[in-house]
Structures are given as C-alpha cells and as structure tokens.
Design a protein around this ligand. Sequence first.
Ligand code: KG4
Ligand code: ZN
Length: 334
Amino acid sequence: MNILAIESSCDETAAAVVKDGREVLSNIVNTQIAEHTKYGGVVPEIASRRHVENISYVAREALREAGASMADVDAVAVTYAPGLIGALLVGVNFAKGAAYAHGKPLIPVHHIRSHVAANYIAHPDLRPPFIALIASGSHSHIVLVTDYTKYKILGRTRDDAAGEAFDKAARVLGLPYPGGVHIDRLSREGNAAAIKFPRVHFKDAPYDFSFSGVKTSVINYAHTLSQRGEEMNRADVAASFSDAVTGILSENVTKAALSAGVGRVVMAGGVCANSVLRGKLEAAAKKHSFELFMPPIPLCTDNAAMVGSQAYYEYKSGKRADLTLNGKSAESIE
Ligand code: KG4
Ligand code: ZN
C-alpha cells in the first residue's frame, strides 16, 4: 500500500511516499529554519505563508522522486495535530483536496505518534510493545506503546519541553535558532562537570520531567557573570547544561523500562538527535540489557516519511477522516 504523506505542523513543509509503513520511496523536506533564525524562533504567520507557497511543489517532488503518480497512491495521510494551527491547516487542506480530487481515503496522523514511527522505518524488525522516550521542541513524554495505535503516557514534562530548554539555553549562549544542535556541537569542547545545574525528580511521579529550573539556572548563571564583568566559558555551560537535561531524560526512561519490564526502548523527536543523550542511553541499554532503537538523525526531526509510516498502521486499525477534518493545536497521543 502506497501512502502520500504530508507534514506541516511547524516550520518544515514535507511530503513523502511510503510503502506498507516501512519502505520510504521518497522523502522531501523543505525547511524554513534559515528564515525563522532571524527572529530567534518560529514566527507562526511566516510558517503558514511559506507552507502555502511550498506545499504543492514539495508534494509533486515526493511523487516524482518515488516515480509515482496519484494513480499509484492508495491513500493520502496528513499531520492534523498537535502543532501551530495555521501551519497544520495548510497541510490538512492540501491533503483533503488531494484525497477528494483523486478519490483516495484520507488518514489523519498525530504528529508525536509519527515521531515514534520514524523507528519503524529505521528498524524493520521493530514491533510494539516498547517504551518510547519522546523529546521534541514542544513535547517530552515517556510512553508505553502497547500496539501501533495504543499508547499509555507514563510521564510527561510539567513545564518546558526538553527541546524548548535547549533552544532557550542556546539563546543565552548567543547560538542561532534552533539551538539544540549548536549546543550539542559546543558541548563537545566543554567540561560537563564544570557547573552543577539542577536536576529535578518527582518522588510521586518518577517518570515526569521539569526543565524550567535548569533553563532558568542557565539564564541566571549568564546574568551573574555578565554583572560581575566575568567571561563565561560557553562550552562548559553547554556541556553542563546538556549533561543535566540528558541525565534527567535517560534516567527516567531507564527507570520506566525497568519497571515496565519491557526490554525495548525507542527514542523519538528532535532532541533524540543529541549525541550526549544517545551516548547515555546506549550505556544504559548495555548496563541494564535492554534493546535500544533510535532513528538516524534526519528522521529524528520533522519529516513526512514518519507520517507515512504511522499512517499505514492507523489505516489498518480503521482510522479514516472525511472532508470535515480540522487541524488541532493540542491533542493527546493516547
Ligand atoms: O521534533 P522536532 O523536529 O520538532 C518538534 O516537533 O518540536 O524537534 C525540534 C527540537 C528543537 O528544540 C531542536 O533544538 C531540538 O529538537 N534538537 C536538538 C538537537 N537537534 C534538534 N536538541 C539537542 N541536540 C540536538 N542535536
Ligand atoms: Zn516534531
């Protein structure tokens, strides 16, 4: 089954053709990062406008690269939630138009579910159940995935998402948006033990996260040094900050995996591109003998191949949308 998948939830306009949920025939991503960098973050109105300008071209490219026409496509899938509402609506309306014009079923896909599905592409033998650590620019969750479309949230952030904390800390260090990848690079030159940033754990909710404290600590640290007229060692801050955030993420997901007795852990979302986090989870997997799955870096951040993968399983479970489908800025993964 060939699915044409569309993704426009944030600042990437993306389209892909995916066969049977696992085989990527094409994967086109048009990123707007260079434009949003000027403003230090995504400007929703600009994102929506660029999606409108790019989406037809990106979808056509996806078909061309797959060597397919709409006649070869069995269904159209689209990210409908969560995300920036104006951005989502561009993809949703485009997909509705394509499905209606060509008489194809329309499959609505949850963005965070699709981040998890990036692993089905990278690891053909991976099947639920597993524990998933989902860490992106707007979400931080630990989820028990019992089946392709069945999720139970075990833990979540109580304030900022991990990626949000990375992006704010990067701003303090004078690094461009989105800052996660720049902190990742800079941290390799620093000493992770140089500064003790707070690591919050909750006794009553061992899988929950809080990142606002560590984010505020970085801001205060930079402020104090600048008031004293002292030079900040940016690499040490980047390394110590990364160590704190990735420590919380990896410790909590390890606890969840051990307590759930599920021998498989899956990483998903943009922050899972982080080299320190990948290293820590690899070490934890070795120590506690669980299998670890992570997508290659280009499949960690937003793309439509992951949407096409998840869409296949949504379709098989009977999920369909009609032309009343709407975008939703917030929606639980469960
Ligand atoms: O999943 P994603 O592409 O978009 C959302 O759905 O939010 O995640 C984007 C987030 C940004 O906050 C970005 O800074 C972060 O992922 N990110 C990273 C790295 N690469 C991307 N954070 C830490 N280290 C990285 N290497
Ligand atoms: Zn995303």
